[in-house]
Write a protein that binds this ligand. Structure first.
Ligand code: IPE
Ligand code: IPE
Ligand code: MG
Length: 260
């Protein structure tokens, strides 16, 4: 069943086909999150400016999004810009925003073709007007699509998200009749940017860094982590397949014991 959806783009007997055959179609992660890291190092290795790495990274975004559609992943969450990334030189920040606008403008037809629903996670209102309105328009345009939900974490911070949720809950306690003792884990979950989205099953971080960098702190409590030295602009289907195969070999216990 999975093979059918890749038939036109993967050669039979290729290494990719071999990897694909090892994936259990019944156990595809429902939600995959990715910390797309290593663009700068990819560019530096080629004596190119950092922005060229970000540009090349956009191709990986396209390939991994399309592969997620073909695999039947329901939610794909990509970490595109963290609240800490404002610390970078203004020229790099501006270029990143420009690339994002270009991606949204140029790829909206492809997103629509694949029935992808776009969503943004983060403080969108702090972005410049041009970027914010373009992203909002694309979200609006794709809102009724029923295929993959693509969440772009944009001006996102896990702690910022918790601050925003706490503020909303605080307001509800003062003005909305919410009692503090009625706040439980699901109340908090409903006030995160990810309200209504199941927690990630698999989190992939590229570029050989072993840290969470303020990504989905609440939601990854029981997520399976997969780290790879591959730099994001080099990350292709075959690496994605490898991550899924690795994920499928894990035993998720959620604090319990095996086979109860
Ligand atoms: C990830 O690549 C992209 C963003 C954070 C926007 P980096 O730009 O962090 O690349 P490295 O980590 O410096 O190689
Ligand atoms: C995490 O990567 C943020 C994104 C991929 C958008 P960074 O490159 O910003 O993280 P650190 O600085 O290595 O922790
Ligand atoms: Mg980095």
């Amino acid at each position: 069943m999975i093979w059918n959806s890749f038939e036109k783009i993967i050669e039979p007997d290729s290494p990719e086909a071999e990897m694909l055959a090892r994936i259990d179609p019944q156990r595809i992660p429902r939600h995959v999150a990715v910390i797309m890291d290593g663009n700068g190092r990819w560019a530096a290795a080629r004596s190119l400016p950092r922005i060229e790495g970000h540009r090349a990274g956009a191709d990986s975004v396209k390939e991994i999004t399309e592969t997620s559609v073909r695999l039947g992943v329901h939610y794909l969450t990509l970490y595109a810009f963290s609240v800490e990334n404002w610390k970078r030189p203004i020229t790099e920040v501006n270029e990143l925003m420009r690339l994002l606008r270009r991606y949204v403008r140029e790829d909206l037809p492809t997103l629509m073709k694949h029935k992808i629903r776009l969503k943004a996670l983060g403080r969108l209102h702090e972005l410049d007007y041009k970027t914010r309105t373009l992203v909002e328009k694309a979200i609006h345009h794709s809102r009724d699509n029923t295929g993959l939900q693509l969440n772009i974490a944009l001006n996102y911070g896990g702690r910022t998200e918790l601050v925003d949720a706490m503020r909303a809950l605080g307001r509800l306690c003062t003005d909305g009749g919410l009692k503090p003792e009625d706040i439980d884990e699901s109340t908090i979950g409903r006030h995160l940017y990810t309200a209504g989205i199941p927690e990630p099953d698999l989190l992939i971080r590229t570029s050989g860094e072993y840290r969470i960098s303020n990504f989905l702190l609440w939601q990854t409590a029981y997520t399976e982590f997969y780290f790879t030295p591959v730099l994001w602009p080099d990350f292709r289907k075959i690496h994605y397949f490898e991550a899924i195969i690795d994920f499928q070999q894990r035993e998720r216990r959620y604090g319990g014991v095996k086979n109860v």
